[in-house]
Design a binder for this molecule. Structure first.
Ligand code: PGA
Length: 263
């Protein structure tokens, strides 16, 4: 199964969010064989949830799933500005994006914090897209694999020793990994097919070394568009994409979903 996940980031108005959600719902109703997920900004989660539930979905096709772009690791309490996993679940979210490079870059997110968020979300029945990836300087210094390992090891350390261990997390609710080279995000220049292949292969090898199965779906993220997605989908171990800019345009995003179905 291929995943096409739209991360709207801090974009769109209320009216535009409704419009895009409605259009994505309508086009996904015609698709079977791809998971279409969208992560609007917090204020629009409920209205998008309503739009998605209103869409008539014929048998066989799956309703697009709703997710958030961030979650707090504590269950509740005095944490001004934060949102709990239980609250996201409560309003109809299915998943959350964690550890995105923009959170790492602008909001001091660390792998350890991202891992704690992952544990909280999984424990409340939310799927998690755990984002990892190297910066341009880390790649140029030849440290890509080392960076990916450190990000994954933080996750393993937090999940193992908990009821939601690494092994259990992949099963249900789902844990997905997004490989997003930081230098390919929002630049209009996706990573080369070779870079994507190497990154995904490294993540899969790390996973196998942990001795846990099955392998989580590994998505690619970074300037995915209708022009490059068909080729990216052919790369071994690519199970779909985390999409920023192209997910704001319902037509482009639906095009990506159709490409995923025909993989
Ligand atoms: P982009 O964003 O598609 O605009 O490069 C991807 C992401 O941030 O997940």
């Amino acid at each position: 199964m291929e995943y096409v996940v739209g991360n709207w980031k801090m974009n769109l108005s209320h009216a535009a969010a409704v419009q895009v959600a409605r259009a994505v719902s309508a086009s996904s109703a015609k698709l079977t064989g791809a998971e279409v997920w969208i992560a609007p900004p917090f204020p629009y989660l409920s209205i998008v949830a309503e739009e998605l539930s209103r869409a008539s979905v014929p048998g066989g096709a799956a309703r697009p799933r709703l997710g958030a772009q961030h979650v707090h690791y504590e269950p509740e309490g005095a944490f001004t500005g934060e949102v709990a996993a239980s609250q996201l679940k409560d309003i109809g979210c299915d998943f959350v994006i964690v550890g995105h490079s923009e959170r790492r870059q602008f909001f001091g997110e660390t792998s350890a914090l991202a891992a704690r968020r992952t544990l909280a979300a999984l424990s409340h029945g939310l799927s998690v897209i755990f984002c990892i990836g190297e910066s341009l300087s880390e790649r140029q210094e030849g440290r890509t694999n080392q960076v990916l390992d450190a990000q994954l090891e933080a996750l393993a350390q937090t999940l193992n020793g908990n009821p939601t261990c690494l092994d259990g997390a992949v099963r249900s609710p789902a844990l997905l990994i997004a490989y997003e080279p930081v230098w390919a995000i929002g630049t209009g220049q996706s990573a080369s097919l070779t870079d994507i292949k190497e990154g995904h292969a490294h993540i899969a090898a790390w996973w196998k070394k942990q001795g846990v199965a099955p392998l989580p779906p590994i998505l690619y993220g970074g300037s995915v568009s209708p022009d490059n997605f068909a080729e990216i989908l052919k790369v071994p171990l690519v199970s779909g994409a985390l999409v920023g800019k192209a997910s704001l345009d319902a037509e482009k995003f639906s095009h990506l979903a159709r490409l995923a179905v025909t993989k």
